[in-house]
Design a binder for this molecule. Structure first.
Ligand SMILES: Nc1nc2c(c(=O)[nH]1)N[C@H]1C(S)=C(S)[C@@H](COP(=O)(O)O)O[C@H]1N2
Ligand SMILES: [Mo]
Length: 335
């Protein structure tokens, strides 16, 4: 592989995770690679014309719109510019709907996120099925502006609407044996063309996990909206995790199950390529991905002429809030 200077990197150099995996499968002679190869040409960002956020009205029950409207406003000060709505909702990773960045926006119309329920299982005193309405009646919604840093070295700044994961965890009362929290995404191949594809290299459903102290950190957010509106399908409707100090793949979308476990749970990208994607996946400019540098990132919107490269910060700029969680760990080993 040709090593380029970071300044010369374009989207085509930083191969999306799944396409890389498909290419690797192909080299090993499996059928899954064929589709991957066909998809190798990563399309340029052809985003549709900006929509006025005020006009955005996604189909959803009235009760959730009201909850989102009543969410308390963001209070932290943030000096960075918000990534425009059309980029936040037009450039996505959601492999259930396809590998291309524009697939989730284009191919998620059939997906029906309401009504919704989440199964709580494992080491808790209050397991069971919780409807979304039930969950939202027990927590407070607020706006939080977070950076989102994808492992592919692009990033955005997104105003989420959500609730503190810790607040909901307290509701279900974990036992002392609960050391990890595992999250599972929805599996609906009839509504999700990426899951229906025989060429997908992912073993569905998508899964992720956190250590319980990471899950309880005040920064860990469960999002139900963005830009003051309900979460669009392509961003993980109706309920997704946002862990801003970790690479984006930890922020699992469309969650249907949360299980409290004694052992570290399996996670999708780690299962696919353990040398490249660890369980921890903390944003760290000093620990490079085996195939590219993590020292810098392209802040979207970014184009060929104005790539908008910025330095990546330790823990994505959240070191003050989370560095203590990893005091005794070698972050090169636990990447
Ligand atoms: N279920 C599921 N969750 C997922 C993904 C996915 O493919 N499936 N992609 C992850 C990756 S790699 C990133 S960068 C973020 C992107 O979130 P966004 O599309 O809302 O920006 O979602 C994460 N959550
Ligand atoms: Mo990502």
């Amino acid at each position: 592989m040709i090593i380029k200077k970071v300044a010369d990197l374009t989207e085509n150099d930083v191969t999306p995770e799944a396409i890389y995996q498909a290419r690797r499968d192909f080299m090993q002679g499996s059928l899954t690679g064929m589709a991957g190869l066909a998809g190798l040409a990563v399309s340029a960002n052809t985003l549709s014309a900006p929509s006025k956020i005020a006009d955005v009205d996604l189909p959803s029950p009235e009760w959730i719109k009201q909850k989102i409207n009543a969410a308390s406003a963001n209070t932290q000060s943030i000096s960075e510019t918000l990534t425009p709505y059309e980029h936040v909702t037009g450039h996505n990773n959601f492999y259930e709907f396809g590998y291309e960045k524009t697939d989730p926006a284009k191919k998620s119309h059939k997906f029906k996120p309401y009504p919704w329920k989440v199964t709580i299982a494992g080491e808790v005193n209050k397991p069971g099925d919780y409807t979304l309405e039930d969950i939202l009646s027990k927590v407070q919604l607020e706006e939080r502006i977070y950076r989102l840093r994808c492992v592919e070295a692009w990033s955005m700044v997104i105003p989420w609407i959500g609730f503190s994961l810790a607040d909901f965890i307290k509701v279900v009362e974990p036992k002392s044996t609960a050391k990890y929290v595992s999250f599972i995404s929805v599996e609906r191949p009839k509504e999700m063309p990426g899951q229906a594809s025989a060429f997908s290299s992912i073993d569905w459903p998508y899964r992720e996990g956190l250590r319980i102290d990471e899950a309880m950190n005040p920064l860990s957010l469960m999002a139900v909206g963005l830009y003051g509106k309900i979460l669009p399908n392509q961003n993980g409707a109706p309920l997704r995790l946002v862990v801003p100090w970790k690479y984006g793949f930890k922020s699992i979308k469309s969650i249907v199950k949360i299980e409290f476990t004694e052992k570290q749970p399996k996670t999708t990208w780690n299962m696919l390529a353990p040398d490249e994607y660890g369980f921890y996946a903390n944003v760290n400019p000093q620990v490079d991905h085996p195939r590219w540098s993590q020292a810098r990132e392209r802040r979207l919107p970014s184009g060929l002429l104005s790539p908008n490269l910025i330095d990546t910060k330790m823990f994505n700029g959240y070191a003050a809030e989370v560095a203590h969680l990893y005091n005794t760990m070698d972050l090169k080993k636990y990447y």
